[in-house]
Design a protein around this ligand. Structure first.
Ligand code: ACO
Length: 353
């Protein structure tokens, strides 16, 4: 089955007049006004995992590039971790929660199936004016959420939007399955988007893609209408993440490289115009293979997988926040976020700072 591709490029264009007075004549830019990130306090090292399953520091390091990850405490929720990231992003952007028009959260491990974690955050932050919803796209969650938010800003519907990527994968991990439990960590990142007039800065383009046929390779079977929670679903560990790692690995490299190429083509930039590539942190070998396929220098690929593992929808925004705060992102730099995940989904966002 061919994948569904959605391409959106922030080219300045005149809108249809029948859209109403709320809509601007020209598209606006969506500027990243601030970012924040947070991970739970507890660190789990590869040595700790050696005590839980039949694995080794050498295997995990060599096959994934991971050394440690942060794991939420019992009772610590996705909104607890996201709150800290949101408060940091709001503080940096000098935006008060009550000024927010919209909150979009990319997550598959929110506080509960409903209401959305975005609504939980809306209440906890005191963002009383904001509409709020979650986006489910696995590890591509932040990219999808940011792309949706960018549309609202570019079209003049909302001026100030909080976009969050948060995941507590440890809560849906089968801790007896060594092929998955070593891979994931918990964490959150957030970005505040503001409307601007200069369409040469901010989000220059987004690219989203999906192929539901690949959903069988990465999923959590129970807890929805197909397999509602029961004693059997719990006993059979159906409320945990199932993954065919090899199948995901194969398409991940090709799909991330495709997303980068599509975005460059649509925005008229070349690969050399990218100051920094921030890929999903799922496996160091996937990151290296993607850079190699793109013939992109590894010095300009941001990698922090050793410290956090795969925080799913939070990886790219945690990495962007770290890169910015380490002084690696300068005014005028083109930075691309690119990810893949459950769905299967993949996509990218090109931002000029
Ligand atoms: N420790 C030691 N040995 C292990 C471990 C482990 N933790 N896990 C698997 N092995 C063994 C396997 O049992 C197998 O043994 P065998 O040859 O005796 O059968 C051997 O290692 C090789 O297994 P592979 O699965 O072929 O290992 P591979 O090199 O492919 O690495 C991995 C597995 C790390 C899962 C890789 O396939 C991968 O990273 N896949 C992509 C994962 C991913 O990115 N997921 C998407 C994001 S998640 C989201 O969207 C929510």
């Amino acid at each position: 089955m061919p994948p569904t591709i959605i391409k959106v490029v922030n080219k300045t264009s005149v809108r249809e007049p029948q859209m109403g007075s709320r809509w601007p004549t020209h598209r606006l830019s969506a500027i990243i006004a601030g970012t924040g990130a947070h991970v739970p306090a507890r660190v789990m090292t590869n040595a700790d995992l050696e005590k839980i399953v039949d694995t080794s520091d050498a295997w995990i390091t060599e096959r994934t590039g991971m050394k440690e990850r942060h794991i939420a405490a019992a009772g610590e929720t996705a909104s607890d971790v996201a709150m800290v990231a949101c408060e940091k992003a709001l503080a940096e952007s000098k935006v008060k929660a009550e000024e927010l028009d919209l909150i979009v959260v990319g997550t598959v491990t929110g506080d509960m199936p409903f209401p959305s974690t975005a609504c939980v955050l809306q209440e906890r932050l005191g963002a009383s004016r904001a509409a709020a919803f979650d986006v489910s796209a696995g590890c591509t969650g932040f990219i999808y959420a940011l792309s949706v938010a960018q549309q609202f800003v570019a079209n003049g519907v909302y001026r100030t939007v909080l976009v969050v990527g948060v995941e507590l994968m440890s809560k849906v991990t089968d801790w007896t399955d060594r092929s998955t439990c070593v891979l994931f960590g918990d964490g959150a990142g957030a970005a505040v988007l503001k409307a601007g007039k200069d369409t040469d800065t901010g989000i220059l383009g987004t690219y989203l893609a999906a192929n539901g046929h690949g959903g069988q390779h990465l999923y959590m079977p129970a807890g929805g209408s197909r397999h509602p929670a029961s004693v059997e679903t719990v006993q059979q560990r159906m409320h945990t993440c199932k993954m065919n790692g090899n199948a995901v690995f194969k398409v991940a490299v090709r799909n991330m490289a495709d997303a980068v190429k599509h975005l460059l083509q649509e925005t008229g930039l070349g690969i050399d115009d990218l100051a920094l590539l921030i890929p999903h942190q799922a496996n160091l070998r996937i990151i290296e293979a993607t850079a190699k396929l793109l013939k992109f220098p590894s010095e300009r690929v941001f990698v922090n997988i050793a410290k956090y593992g795969n925080t799913s929808s939070a990886t790219t925004i945690i990495a962007l926040d770290e890169a910015r705060k380490a002084g690696l992102v300068h005014p005028g730099d083109n930075v691309m976020l690119v990810a893949f995940g459950a769905g299967l989904t993949w996509g990218g966002v090109l931002i000029r700072f």
